[in-house]
Design a binder for this molecule. Structure first.
Ligand SMILES: NC(=O)C1=CN([C@@H]2O[C@H](COP(=O)(O)OP(=O)(O)OC[C@H]3O[C@@H](n4cnc5c(N)ncnc54)[C@H](O)[C@@H]3O)[C@@H](O)[C@H]2O)C=CC1
Ligand SMILES: N[C@@H](CC=O)C(=O)O
Ligand code: NA
Length: 444
């Protein structure tokens, strides 16, 4: 059978990894796919750099549309990134009847509905394993391996940059800014690193997992997004003393009322495997009603780990791609298991209706009766307390300090009730600084 013909749009970090791994492992990949996979054309604005990567093994062009216009190209791999030209090129490739592989989580999380509708109408595949947790085959696990389950929840460390920052801050006591620069130097961060540190990249990925797990449309605009920029070293330290680690988690959960979809720092019990995922590594925990809890761990970023996922999608397409790609039944069957199949009407819940437990750090005047006032306000709001620790004032503010920190862990409560209680506690004269509130997930 003739090798499937691939056109690569963008040959930067992920594109060059894809090219190199396909070259290196081509015989094994051909055997597994049942036919060869050949990158016939590569487009990049920097044609000199592209030429240096591919040598004489593929045709290099500066204009991506030359690839889309070529009738011999079966699959277009979009590795440019962003919402602009990448969106136009993906839609044009679909309109031209080509299957698409992309690592672009931002594009799919925001414009996925339009893109998957266009693909379904044209009968082509849009595959995106690389878009979530890089080399970890989590899309395949959700779509295929766990397909028998009613998924209950998915929670993951799905941004390597922020996990690296939190690990380095905790282990080496380094400052946020110093570690972020190091993450950029190591190539973990997005072109705009605010996407990483403000939780946006993780929310893109959580949005995609939520859509597959629960059959809802992609709704990035409904995701709650909070990054790690407001985390203080003191909270990382206190959490550790209480037996927890702080991780930036992407969480999506099924409830009776709707779907939770949120990204925020979370306390996770230190004994959980996911709490021990360090540096730029990713991990996703999926809970299904039949299988129970499963864990997926690996490299969520980088040239070859991400290429591993891009090529896995190409192999899937090579296996399914029939003589008439635009109307092949296998292509439609594949599509039916992707986001185009979203048929669930459950709404994404506002944060006020999310149930979770909390870590609170409250800076208070070190005087009698303060703790009682605070616990009374919590009790009045129906919030029950799991643990309270009062720091020694000298430890918190130095010798002779008149201020101290109260650390409170709560049981599960509705976020809207917690908001009200927090406003009342913040209003107490003896509360001396903005209250720190971090959600806590037991993940069991
Ligand atoms: N780097 C990583 O570890 C991961 C990246 N991704 C995603 O993969 C995609 C690519 O990321 P990287 O390879 O890191 O980016 P990159 O910046 O290294 O590569 C992008 C390439 O696209 C080229 N390009 C830009 N505009 C173009 C145009 N109009 N036509 C043709 N080429 C054009 C650039 O010259 C560059 O070579 C992004 O969507 C990113 O979010 C996903 C998972 C991990
Ligand atoms: N910037 C991302 C790269 C992969 O998606 C991350 O840090 O995880
Ligand atoms: Na993946």
């Amino acid at each position: 059978m003739k090798p499937i013909q691939v056109g690569l749009l963008g040959i930067g970090t992920v594109g060059s990894g894809t090219f190199n791994v396909l070259q290196r492992n081509q015989e094994e990949i051909r055997r597994r796919a049942g036919r060869g996979i050949e990158i016939a054309m590569v487009a990049d604005l920097d044609t000199t750099r592209a030429q240096a990567v591919v040598g004489d093994k593929a045709k290099v062009v500066g204009d991506a549309r030359e690839i889309i216009a070529n009738p011999d190209i079966d699959v277009v791999v979009e590795l440019i990134g962003g919402y602009g030209i990448a969106k136009a090129l993906v839609l044009e490739a679909i309109a031209a009847g080509k299957h698409v592989v992309t690592a672009n989580k931002a594009l799919l999380a925001v414009h996925g509905t339009e893109i998957f509708k266009a693909a379904a109408e044209k009968g082509v595949i849009v595959a995106y394993e690389a878009a979530v947790a890089g080399g970890i085959p989590i899309i395949k696990a959700l779509r295929e391996g766990l397909t028998a389950n009613s998924i209950q929840w998915v929670a993951g460390i799905i941004n390597g940059t922020t996990n690296f920052i939190l690990s380095e801050m905790r282990d080496k006591g380094l400052d946020f800014d110093v570690v972020l620069k190091e993450a950029q130097r190591l190539g973990y961060a997005e072109a705009d690193p605010t996407f990483d540190i403000e939780g946006v990249d993780a929310a893109h990925k959580a949005t995609l997992m939520s859509a597959i797990a629960f059959g809802i449309p992609v709704q990035f605009d409904k995701a709650y997004v909070e990054g790690i920029t407001k985390l203080a070293g003191a909270d990382i330290k206190y959490a550790e003393q209480l037996g927890y680690r702080i991780k930036l988690l992407g969480i999506t959960k099924r409830t009776d009322k709707g779907i939770e979809l949120r990204v925020h720092p979370s306390l996770v019990p230190s004994k959980r495997l996911i709490a021990n995922v360090e540096g730029a590594m990713n991990a996703v925990v999926v809970n299904g009603d039949a299988v129970g809890t499963t864990l997926y761990y690996g490299k969520g970023a980088g040239s070859e780990p991400t290429a591993s996922a891009v090529i896995a999608d190409l192999v899937d397409i090579a296996r399914l791609h029939g003589a008439d790609p635009a109307h092949s039944v296998p292509a439609l069957a594949f599509q039916a298991h992707t986001l185009a199949a979203a048929g669930n009407e459950l709404p994404v819940l506002p944060m006020a209706d999310v149930f979770t437990s909390y870590y609170l750090r409250i800076r208070v005047a070190d005087e009698a009766g303060v703790l009682a006032k605070i616990t009374t306000l919590l009790a009045n709001a129906g919030i029950s307390i799991d643990a309270v620790i009062q720091r020694e004032a000298d430890e918190v503010g130095g010798e002779g300090s008149t201020q101290t920190d109260l650390i409170i862990l709560t049981h599960d409560t509705r976020e809207g009730d917690m908001d009200k209680a927090m406003a009342e506690i913040q209003g107490l004269a003896t509360v001396l600084a903005p209250i720190t509130r971090i959600r806590k997930e037991e993940l069991n």
